[in-house]
Design a protein around this ligand. Structure first.
Ligand code: UT7
Length: 320
């Protein structure tokens, strides 16, 4: 199997930013409680015409423009989402149509919740092996706000909406390692329509916290071992942005360099499958990413799923 390199990123957020103080007006909570327990101050919620597809399309268009890659050059499109606008068609198919991508390339969605972008990149890598084209468009896009129970303060304060996108290029011989896993369980779930239960997020927060810290350490550990790299050889660890306390705990336990763990949940909350590509795009826009850097991406979430990637920013990485 060939490697992937990151060529560019894009992102899109709903217009409406919702601060913790706004939530405190409709439920018994406070900015102090939420920020202390999670590192989150605000998040974005979709409104009006905004959908998973519209955000995904905007993020993808930006990533393609920055990469200088045309619709004809894209060899596959995979979107990580667990909140797509339709049960079918896939968000990816609607984005394909909006962007005018070729009609003879694989286009599909992946549901691995907050690990979705890691899974989606691996699915895209598989698709590219059989393609004459070099580029994969991989998106993470969510509208979790649709599933929030605003009477449950323990979950409603955590999540937000948004989309991030990446252009990857198939590059033989480039540094690339992956790890993926899952352990079936209902610790975080949104019941489907057929269950007869309300389609709202429910979660055993403490169990998920324990799982998350183990899964992150396992994912990072496997990647460091496979690559035989030391922490000082990694430029950035870009983890699922669920909770700053989860990242702090992992950094402490692994004696990892805290300054290399990017965090932006303060402004976006937990955007599930979109959080890793939104973080990559945020880093790009803050000029933190550059050609030749080594990145470790880590995800964990409902499923329970977990996984990680180690890869390079391409020599011609298209910074913002
Ligand atoms: O993508 C993965 C997504 N999932 C996660 O990241 C979740 C991981 N888990 C967590 O981050 C934490 O478990 C939470 C942030 C969800 C909760 O933190 P906690 O320290 O485990 O709090 P807790 O559930 O033990 O609740 C402590 C208290 C309770 O009150 P009492 O029973 O001690 O009186 C809760 O009712 O805090 C109360 N509480 C709140 N208070 C104010 C729960 N939610 C809130 C809230 N505002 N939003």
């Amino acid at each position: 199997m060939e490697s992937l390199e990151l060529v560019s990123t894009g992102g899109a957020l709903p217009k409406r930013s919702v601060h913790n103080d706004d939530l405190a007006k409709i439920m018994d909570t406070s900015d102090e409680w939420i920020f202390t327990r999670t590192g989150i101050h605000s998040r974005y919620f979709c409104g009006g015409e905004e959908t998973v597809t519209s955000l995904a399309t905007e993020a993808a268009r930006q990533a393609m423009e920055r990469a200088g890659v045309t619709a004809d050059e894209i060899g596959c499109l995979v979107t990580a989402t667990c909140s797509g606008d339709y049960a079918t068609p896939a968000v990816s198919c609607l984005v394909q149509s909006a962007l005018g991508l070729a009609d003879d390339i694989p286009v599909t969605d992946v549901n691995a919740a907050c690990t979705g972008f890691i899974y989606a990149a691996e699915v895209a890598r598989g698709f590219l092996q059989e393609s004459e084209k070099q580029y994969a468009l991989v998106i993470g896009a969510e509208q979790i706000s649709r599933y929030l129970d605003m009477t449950d303060r323990s979950t409603a304060v955590l999540f937000g909406d948004g989309a991030g996108a990446a252009i990857f290029r198939r590059t033989p011989g480039s540094l690339y390692h992956h790890v993926l896993g899952a352990m079936g369980g209902l610790e975080i779930n949104v019941p489907g329509a057929a269950s007869g239960m309300p389609e709202k997020v429910s979660m055993d927060g403490k169990a998920v916290f324990r799982f998350a810290t183990k899964a992150m350490r396992r994912g990072i550990g496997v990647l460091m071992e496979k690559s035989e790299k030391a922490f000082d050889e990694i430029d950035w660890f870009v983890c699922h942005q669920a909770n700053s306390r989860i990242i702090d705990y992992v950094v402490h336990k692994m004696k990892a360099p805290e300054e290399k763990f990017f965090e932006d949940m303060e402004r976006f909350g937990n955007t599930s499958g979109a959080s890793v590509p939104i973080a990559l795009n945020d880093m790009n826009e803050q000029h933190l990413l550059s050609a030749g850097q080594t990145l470790v991406l880590v995800g964990f979430g409902s499923g329970l799923t977990w996984g990680g990637l180690m890869l390079k920013c391409a020599p011609d990485f298209r910074a913002e």
